[in-house]
Design a binder for this molecule. Sequence first.
Ligand SMILES: Nc1ncnc2c1ncn2[C@@H]1O[C@H](COP(=O)(O)OP(=O)(O)O)[C@@H](O)[C@H]1O
Ligand SMILES: [Mg+2]
Length: 313
Amino acid sequence: MLNVINISKSFGDLEVLKGLSVNVESAELFVILGPSGGGKTTFLNIVAGLLRPESGEIYIAGRLVENSRDIYTPPERRNIGYVFQSYALYPHMTAYDNIAFPLKMARWSKKDIDKAVKEVAEMLNIRDVLHKKPAQLSGGQRQRVAIARAIVKRPTLLLMDEPFSNIDPVLRENVRVEIKRLLKDLGITTLMVTHDREEAYSLADRLSVLIDGRFAQIGRPDEVYSAPCCVEVARFLGYNLVSADGSSLGFRAEDVEIGGGDLSGEVLSSEYKGRYWVVYIKYNGYVIKAYHDAPIKEGAKVKFSIRRVLEMR
Ligand SMILES: Nc1ncnc2c1ncn2[C@@H]1O[C@H](COP(=O)(O)OP(=O)(O)O)[C@@H](O)[C@H]1O
Ligand SMILES: [Mg+2]
């Protein structure tokens, strides 16, 4: 459905994207995960046609819309929906008019617009607030209006930029599950970007990790999480990393077992996480993160072992 080949983009001397390629399948929810400032928004803007790359090609539903030279299809003719990070709702328009806007631009009849707006509002549970303006809506309602506006035309491709970052953390998980369900039910092909690992794991059919302007790894969340390709990805995913004999060893906090084992270190602190504790252990000049079912006193000497270690380049 989306086919991106070798996209590069610089701002002045700053090379933000260095040859990105990705294919997103029909009805797939694909997530780009990467640190802030890593070029995620830039990439979405290029796919949307709001920015042009220096090199590369983009196909949407098999149609070439960008080749960085003579071929360039403007955003309004790409049949995409875009949920911007800040939602970018028109403040002077009601929720209804915001959602109706893309249909008006496409010169739909009043009757068809009304039907489509009400139908999508129903799906997103915002029928009761259609008469309100953005300032009168909660953060969650604003997000729903933005999503409604982006999908009301049933786009070929939906782009979402950190869609859950403005949602109250208490509600975030539920909202996530609900929106994923909706996208899946409607079979909408979605490309989403986020810096939030947990969000990427829980939503993505597949994800790619964008580091230093490149997709370091593409795969299912469980594949990437359990077998990061390289030190950069492991570090970004929160792995413990130590070097030994010229290679790097990576292991996860849940694979460190405290109480017995060949390794020993000193506890720096314990951090309460609700369901478990994170115990920080000073070991050989490193600070090792370990999950544990109880706190351990600062300064205590502990023995530990590591269940699973990956050797990485
Ligand atoms: N229009 C622009 N002009 C100059 N630099 C920009 C512009 N847009 C983005 N950048 C820079 O490009 C880098 C990537 O930005 P962005 O795509 O917004 O990252 P992300 O969305 O991953 O946080 C940042 O260093 C940012 O400052
Ligand atoms: Mg961004």
